[in-house]
Design a protein around this ligand. Structure first.
Ligand code: UT7
Length: 375
């Protein structure tokens, strides 16, 4: 029996705080006209002090989950694709697992920079298609504002914060993820990186003084690479799905620069009406840009059941990839008001449970410490 992986829930979360191009004019030597004409960005969202990658991920995940018939305890896998995790470890996905109360889920982060969401969706879908999982929660979440050098006008105008999440579920009904291509070229790793904070350059006063914990980018080179791979990866994924470009209804590209998106559209001879672009309001949110764009396209009724979508991305690594997704009507299993309330209660209890577990661990450590001292 063939198994398919369908998207059955989706959700997004962005910080309320808006940073406009005019606001940026007060911070670095730039102007609204330059940013709009070179990037297409008008404003971006910036996380508040108490917001983190995991908190945005959690909000998006809750929204995605609320559209499905799954309780947190039913989730089998959580992948958070991110380039700005809460910590090097533990994984941001584990923080989400805890706060969600997904007590039966495996959880890990996936690091493929802006291509992360495409990679993660493919890995989750293949686990579902192989029969090893029945569902997965895939999240793209970022607080890149914490890794930007706010004195570098070449990069600080580009990035924004946000999160988007998909729930994938197994079904025998054909559709869902049809094909994917995942590529990389590590020889271009230095074109877009955060040089310090890893094992090569652990944090020192010097690395901090030299701003090496912030995003460094060779914009022109990344631009050239991106325009080359966006069209070719799209064509390859469509071909792999046994489809033609004419069969594609909508393309959802990674939102890094409107000029890159327009060049990719020209490369596949697709009119801009068939391309989703919302970069003007969010800037580049890395792994979150594709799921956020899809959530908004769904809100605007631009995606209908039966539509073939291409999700295509590129980013640091270098990495790039594209996948074809047949959008299917989620099987509407009526969710009663009681199960809705029950789920809300479960989410509330998850926080309490997390607190209880921490307390218990402390208590255990205390008792264990006292008994081992007696020996
Ligand atoms: O998810 C992947 C993340 N990265 C990307 O997608 C980045 C891809 N690259 C790009 O989007 C573009 O290369 C940029 C938007 C970063 C730059 O656009 P560009 O058209 O390639 O500009 P440029 O680097 O060729 O710079 C042109 C000029 C330079 O001045 P000079 O040297 O010609 O005098 C820059 O210093 O624009 C200057 N410039 C700015 N001016 C005003 C660079 N940033 C700014 C700025 N405001 N914010």
């Amino acid at each position: 029996m063939m198994r398919y992986a369908h998207v059955t829930g989706w959700g997004m979360a962005v910080p309320e705080n808006v940073l406009t191009n005019h606001d940026l004019e007060q911070i670095v030597d730039t102007n609204d006209e330059w940013i709009i004409s070179r990037t297409g960005i008008k404003e971006r969202r910036i996380a508040a002090k108490d917001e983190t990658t995991s908190s945005l991920a959690l909000d998006a995940a809750r929204r995605a989950l609320s559209q499905t018939d799954l309780n947190p305890g039913d989730i089998q896998l959580i992948i958070v694709a991110t380039a700005s995790p809460d910590f090097i470890f533990p994984a941001t996905a584990c923080l989400v697992q805890d706060q969600l109360g997904a007590v039966n889920a495996g959880a890990f982060d996936l690091s493929a920079a802006c291509t992360g969401f495409v990679y993660a969706l493919n890995m989750a879908a293949q686990s579902i298609r192989s029969g090893s999982l029945d569902n997965a929660l895939v999240i793209g979440a970022e607080t890149l504002s914490r890794f930007v050098n706010w004195e570098d006008r070449n990069t600080c105008v580009l990035f924004g914060d946000g999160a988007g999440a998909f729930v994938l579920q197994a079904s025998e009904k054909p559709g869902g993820l049809l094909s994917c291509v995942m590529r990389s070229d590590g020889s271009g790793g230095d074109l877009l990186s955060v040089p310090a904070g890893g094992s090569v350059l652990p944090a020192t006063h010097e690395t901090v003084d030299q701003n090496l914990h912030t995003i460094q980018m060779n914009g022109r080179e990344v631009f050239r690479f991106a325009t080359r791979v966006m069209a070719s990866a799209t064509k390859e994924a469509v071909d792999k799905a046994g489809l033609k470009l004419e069969d594609i209804n909508l393309i959802i590209p990674h939102q890094a620069n409107s000029r890159i998106i327009e060049a990719a559209a020209r490369g596949i001879r697709m009119p801009m009406t068939q391309i989703v672009m919302n970069i003007e309001r969010y800037g580049n949110t890395s792994t979150a840009s594709i799921p956020i764009a899809i959530c908004e396209a769904l809100e605007d009724n631009r995606i209908k059941p039966g539509d073939n979508l291409v999700l295509v991305a590129f980013g640091g690594g270098l990495t790039w990839g594209a996948l074809v997704l047949e959008w299917t009507e989620p099987e509407i299993r009526p969710i009663s008001i009681w199960s809705r309330r029950r789920r809300k209660l479960l989410l509330l209890l998850a926080r309490l449970r997390s607190f209880g577990l921490r307390l218990l661990r402390k208590l255990e450590g205390f008792i264990w410490g006292a008994s081992s001292q007696e020996e």
